[in-house]
Design a protein. Structure first.
Length: 263
């Protein structure tokens, strides 16, 4: 049996899922990695083409009954939230009311922005790695950044306007739920359970053999420095990636509840 597994080429996913993709942990199936940007994975979930896929929690409601969350492989925690950046200091309200670039309307980052600053101005969707350049060039007034951009925006002469993770944590006392691994609901229960176990084992392997995935990470993140890759992994892969935990599930439920209320 072969399962298509959609995840991003970002260092955190390459690190976490390297062992599973390369057959280093036990699984009663083969994995075919399907690598896309997170917003592309969010969009493709509508067609249900992948048996396993990473999804933004901001897109989970749109996925409806097609997918169910697995407890392993999630990206959430404290201090991991998206940032709003601009060329000069300003308030979040001002930044959001102008022309702002976002990494996709189904990302958790955009959901957090809508919750923190409901009065949005002109929203421009760009691929996440194009946002910093758009802000620097003046094509937009501000940008909502995720992934490695939070480590490099200062190198572009930009300033942080707001940390939406800090906003969420101070408002709820809960970790920021960014994304999770979802299994298509038509998978047999024992297959979905085996996938959950295999993903958990893959993350545990990554922690136990931290250098094993180095070449795989570098092959998918050729434009990033080693320091940025390491910071990316350290921030987004944590104990919640092994098991989302009860507090993590509460955080997801709170986020989806607020999303529904704001719709």
């Amino acid at each position: 049996m072969k399962l298509r597994f959609g995840f991003t080429p970002c260092p955190n996913d390459a690190f976490a899922f390297h062992a599973l993709v390369h057959g280093l942990v036990d699984a009663p199936f083969e994995v075919e990695p399907v690598l896309y940007d997170i917003e592309e994975l969010n969009r493709r979930s509508a067609a249900g083409e992948l048996e396993l896929t990473k999804l933004s929690f901001g897109a989970a409601a749109a996925a409806g009954d097609s997918y169910r969350l697995l407890r392993s492989g999630a990206a959430l925690g404290h201090g991991v939230g998206p940032l709003v950046v601009a060329r000069t200091p300003r308030s979040l309200v001002d930044a959001a009311a102008g022309r702002i670039a976002v990494p996709g309307r189904e990302t958790t980052a955009f959901l957090l922005l809508r919750l923190a600053a409901p009065a949005l101005g002109d929203v421009v969707e760009l691929r996440y790695d194009e946002i910093l350049a758009a802000v620097v060039a003046g094509d937009v007034d501000a940008g909502l950044i995720i992934h490695e951009s939070r480590f490099t925006y200062r190198d572009h002469g930009l300033v942080a306007v707001a940390d939406l993770g800090e906003w969420w944590e101070s408002d709820t006392g809960l970790p920021v739920p960014l994304a999770g691994i979802f299994a298509r609901t038509d998978l047999e229960p024992d297959v979905a359970a085996a996938a959950e176990d295999a993903i958990r084992a893959s993350v545990e392997y990554a922690f136990a053999h931290s250098e094993a995935s180095r070449d795989y990470v570098r092959s998918l993140a050729q434009e990033m420095s080693d320091d940025v890759c390491a910071a990316h992994i350290a921030l987004y892969v944590n104990e919640n990636s092994i098991d989302i935990g009860d507090e993590g599930l509460v955080a997801v439920e709170r986020l989806l509840g607020r999303s529904a209320a704001a719709a």
